[in-house]
Each structure stands twice: as C-alpha cells, then as structure tokens.
Design a protein around this ligand. Structure first.
Ligand code: PGA
Length: 256
C-alpha cells in the first residue's frame, strides 16, 4: 500500500497575520512542484492568520488548516469557531484533539468525537491527534490509552468518511521537549494504531489511513522516522515555524 506522505505544520499560538503570510510565501518559493506532488504539505496557523496565509498560498498546492473546530454550526459558544467559519477563510484541514487541548482545555475523547463529526460533515479534513502521557508509557498503558482514544474519538464514524481523515500519533512526552520517540518506539505505536483502525473499519481503510508522527520531529530525525513502514509523515510544531527547517524536514521525509 503506498500512502502519500503528509507533513503538516502546527504553528500553535505563534505568528501574526503578516508573519504567517511571510512564512507561507517563503514556503511556496522553496517547495518545488515536484516536492509538492510527492508530499502533501499543510500549514495550520492560529485562527487570526488563516486568511492571510490562505491568501499568500492562493494557487499553490500547499494547504491551510486550523487548530480546532467547534461541533455546532453557530450559537452561544463564546470563544469557539465553526467549521463553516474556518472554510470561509480558506481552511481545508483542521487539527482535532491535540494533546495541549486535552491537557489544558478540557478536551476529551467525547469532544474530539463531536468535533470530528462536525468537521467531516462540513467537508474539512481532520487531523486527529492521539498519544500517551509519559506516566502512561512508564506504566505500560500506552496501547490501552491509544485504544481508548481511538474507540472514543472515532465512535459512530462511517468507514467511507475515513478516507478524509489523517491521524497523528503524538506521544505527549515528546512534544516540545526535544525528546523524540525512537523509530522503533514510534513504529510500534503506529503499527498498533493501524491494527486498531483495521479492527474498527476493516483492513482496506486501515491500509489507506495516513498516520503522522508528531513530537520533536525535525530535519535530523525525519528521514528515519518516515522510513518506518507505518509512519506516513509528520505533524510538526517547533520545526515548522521557520521555512528553512520545515522545507528541510520535508525533503528529509521524502528521502526515506
Ligand atoms: P513539536 O510539536 O514538534 O514542537 O514537538 C508537535 C505538536 O505538538 O504537534
């Protein structure tokens, strides 16, 4: 099964609109048409920069995503944002269930599930994040945690809709810490995740599903990670904030 590599930049709470547009412009200048044919590249700015970044990328193959979406279409949800709102400013992807949202903002598997359903219904392509805490890994609970996140987060999702979905495995202990899972640790988790999706949706869906690794992926380790059979790209935080490192990382991922 050949799955197209997908590398997404999660800018988190960084970049004003002008800064985001400048970074996007550098990316479109530095990523050749050939590279963008081989790899799907997505950038996920904060809400306030989506419009400027989408404008800077108009006509380019680089896609734009958001970092969260609410499940309702509209209404009394102060501080939230709907799928249609995201689409209206040029977002095609949306990150759902990032561990920072789970840790700091009360995100649960149930809210991930609601957001996922709303994103799919609106035609946004979700990047759903899962991953264990350091203590959970130390206690030997990694697979149980991943299984719970998958079964809760994907409850009631149609197998047909899974073609739109990307999953990001992000061990929480590796995010923003400089600690990367070794390729062997990451591949073990990715293989387990793919088997879980096979159990839920069937082998063809699981075989086609792209699973990104996230957690201190950088130019220096991207190649060996993406070389693993079940790792199909990366969700990149820190290394996505500068064109030089993000472009280099994409080249390394494709050199797998
Ligand atoms: P990091 O972040 O690459 O800075 O570790 C990854 C993420 O949180 O998506």
């Amino acid at each position: 099964m050949s799955r197209k590599v997908i590398v997404a930049g999660n800018w988190k709470m960084n970049k004003l609109p002008g800064e985001g547009a400048a970074l996007a412009t550098e990316l479109r200048q530095q990523l050749s048409a050939e590279i963008l044919k081989e790899a799907e590249v997505v950038v996920c700015p904060p809400f306030t920069a989506i419009s400027a970044v989408a404008e800077a990328l108009r006509g380019s193959a680089i896609k734009v995503g958001a970092q969260n979406v609410h499940w309702a279409a509209s209404g009394a949800f102060t501080g939230e944002i709907s799928a249609e709102m995201l689409k209206s400013v040029g977002a095609e992807y949306v990150i759902i269930g990032h561990s920072e949202r789970r840790q700091y903002f009360g995100e649960t598997d149930a809210t991930v599930n609601s957001r996922l359903k709303a994103a799919l219904a609106a035609g946004l392509r979700p990047i759903v994040c899962i991953g264990e805490l350091e203590a959970e890994r130390k206690n030997g609970e990694t697979n149980a945690v991943l299984s719970r996140q998958i079964r809760g987060g994907f409850a009631g999702i149609d197998a047909a809709a899974m073609a739109q979905v990307v999953v990001a495995y992000e061990p929480v202990w590796a995010i923003g810490t400089g600690l990367t899972a070794t390729p062997a640790i990451a591949e073990d988790a990715h293989r387990f995740i793919r088997a879980e999706f096979a159990a839920l949706f069937g082998a063809p869906v699981a075989d086609a599903l792209r699973i990104q690794y996230g957690g201190s992926m950088k130019p220096e380790n991207a190649r060996e990670l993406v070389a693993c059979p079940d790792i199909d790209g990366g969700l990149i935080g820190g290394a996505a904030l500068k064109a030089e490192s993000f472009v280099k990382l994409i080249h390394e991922a494709l050199a797998r």
